[in-house]
Unconditional design. Structure first.
Length: 174
């Protein structure tokens, strides 16, 4: 993909509105692959992108990747279906825009800001469906159980530590 954004409006690091005098050009190359072997599945998406000019106005990570490896099968004489697997998400380190809550907008990074990314986020999950009922368990951001959480959604906004989600969805009426 190729994107050309003319006269991009943005907020500078002082939260003042600005407009670029020249266009911002972005090139992207990406792909998706899905492989299945019997009851095992693999799905991956990757994106490589480059801001060709005015990088300081629109900071973006150069690489973004997602992967999902899972096992899916029918059990209990095909009365239930299970799916269990591991998901990973990664984006390369970059000087991200920072959130400015007063304006409810993102502004360009300030001098005291720092880069985010460069660390994976890993989740494991288990889903089971029985007729109209679904049971799920998900361990989000599992890698914080064995390594320090230094992942940020935006500068000064850390991603939540390990969290275990358990749930039951039961459709009582058809």
């Amino acid at each position: 993909n190729y994107f050309r954004i003319g006269q991009l409006a943005y907020f500078d690091s002082s939260a003042m509105p600005q407009q670029s005098t020249s266009s911002v050009n972005i090139s992207q190359v990406g792909g998706e692959a899905t492989f299945t072997y019997r009851k095992f599945n693999f799905n991956a998406k990757v994106l490589v992108q480059n801001v060709l000019n005015n990088k300081d106005v629109l900071p973006l990570p150069e690489f973004i990747g997602r992967a999902n490896v899972y096992y899916q099968s029918k059990i209990f004489k095909k009365a239930a279906e299970i799916q269990t697997g591991i998901k990973a998400y990664y984006f390369s380190k970059f000087a991200s825009q920072q959130y400015f809550p007063i304006l409810n907008e993102f502004i360009l990074p300030s001098t005291d800001s720092y880069s985010i990314g460069g660390r994976p986020l890993v989740d494991i999950y288990f889903n089971m469906k029985v007729k109209r009922m679904m049971i799920y368990a998900e361990a989000q951001h599992l890698n914080t159980t064995f390594m320090k959480n230094q992942s940020y959604a935006a500068p000064f906004y850390p991603v939540a530590d390990f969290r275990l989600n358990l749930g039951l969805v039961w459709y009582l009426f058809h």
